[in-house]
Design a protein around this ligand. Structure first.
Ligand code: FAD
Length: 327
């Protein structure tokens, strides 16, 4: 890999001071599981790497919600009593990530900001849009794990499991740069690729850090989180869904349905939310909402199977949220 300078930042202020306004000149490192692989493969070649593991790694109460430090490890998210009780879908997403070793090492900041797992992006031989090239190799290529929503120009799927429940719970991200802090809703953080911003997956500036994730008071939300993968460990999901329900007696007063691994961003399915509103959750309404969630999907040449997989994930997350058995 290309040699780089290493800055061991003592706190968030030192960390942002060591970043750079120039894109990818200096990059933060959390657990390093994504960044180190990209460095070794010459996909990313910064001059400076800034350790951000000394940033806040705790959970604090704010209002009726929680504030999670970005240096918190995924194993600690998965095992935290308040996170599990108040935001079960966040804990469920954390516990399904990779393997115990990956969860022991990976941080919240690294998970949310990890780069796509597209094999063309990860291979130095393929200079795709995301690396400043002039094409995406996916439409004519090996696209079985790529997006079924979004219509390009890049067909990556967002790789973060935590991002999906963060969007569903309407989390806010605290971002810090030498200019100060700003708060951005998780739903506004992740960006769809356009010709102009195809290299990025979010609104983070090159000299900004994600320092905290703030989850609002959960109220009496019921939640379901369902992931489908080829094997039960050591793999990313093929498709998954977080579903949050606000119940009024036995009917749904409000729903949030967000899918993962189907689009370049966590993909909110408002048609499914509408299909659930005012109805009792039954196996039939869950199937109808899942059908609605996948309306408008545009699979590529080799990934039409993902439409059914995503439907199953949505249907099962709805049943789980309603406390109904999954057939
Ligand atoms: C076999 C395998 C299976 C996996 N399965 C899953 C899965 O199912 N779901 C899933 O979500 N992930 C999965 N992962 C990915 C793994 O969870 C991520 O690599 C990990 O979460 C990244 O965390 P990290 O702290 O190691 O990130 P790092 O490698 O340290 O950082 C990742 C990126 O985020 C940036 N970054 C780090 N911290 C910050 C910050 N505070 N602010 C802004 N930018 C920051 C870095 O510059 C880098 O670009 C899997 C990985 C492997 C190897």
């Amino acid at each position: 890999m290309k040699p780089f300078a290493y800055v061991n930042a003592a706190n968030e202020k030192d960390a942002v001071a060591a970043l750079s306004k120039e894109y990818e000149k200096a990059l933060p490192i959390g657990g390093g599981q994504d960044l180190l692989a990209r460095l070794k493969d010459y996909v990313t070649q910064p001059d400076r790497v800034v350790n951000v593991k000394n940033l806040d790694a705790t959970v604090t109460r704010v209002g009726g919600g929680l504030r999670i430090g970005s240096a918190m490890r995924m194993v600690d998210v998965a095992e935290h009593a308040d996170i599990g009780r108040m935001y079960p879908a966040v804990a469920a997403a954390a516990i399904e990530v990779g393997t115990p070793q990956i969860r022991n090492q990976g941080t919240v900041g690294g998970n949310v900001n990890q780069r796509p797992r597209c094999w063309y992006f990860r291979n130095e031989e393929f200079v795709c849009y995301k690396k400043g090239g002039n094409r995406c190799f996916t439409p004519e290529g090996e696209n079985q794990f790529h997006a079924i929503f979004g219509d390009g120009p890049s067909y990556i799927v967002h790789p973060s499991s935590l991002a999906v429940p963060f969007v569903a719970y309407d989390a806010t991200f605290r971002l810090l740069s030498p200019r100060g802090e700003r708060m951005v809703k998780a739903a506004d953080y992740f960006t769809m690729p356009t010709k102009e911003n195809v290299q990025r997956e979010n609104v983070l500036e090159p000299d900004e850090l994600l320092t905290h994730v703030i989850l609002p008071a959960p109220g009496s939300l019921k939640s379901g989180h369902y992931e489908v993968r080829y094997k039960t460990s050591h793999d990313w999901p093929i498709a998954f869904a977080t579903v949050l329900l606000t119940m009024n007696g036995s009917t749904v007063a409000g729903a949030r349905v967000v899918m993962g691994a189907v689009a370049p961003v966590p993909w909110r399915a408002q048609a499914a939310e509408k299909a659930l509103a005012g109805k009792a959750v039954t196996p039939q309404t869950a199937v109808a909402a899942a059908e609605a969630a996948l309306q408008g999907a545009e699979p590529l040449s080799r990934n039409a199977y993902k439409v059914q997989v995503a439907k199953t994930a949505v249907e099962r997350a709805i049943l789980q949220a309603a406390g109904l058995p999954i057939a």
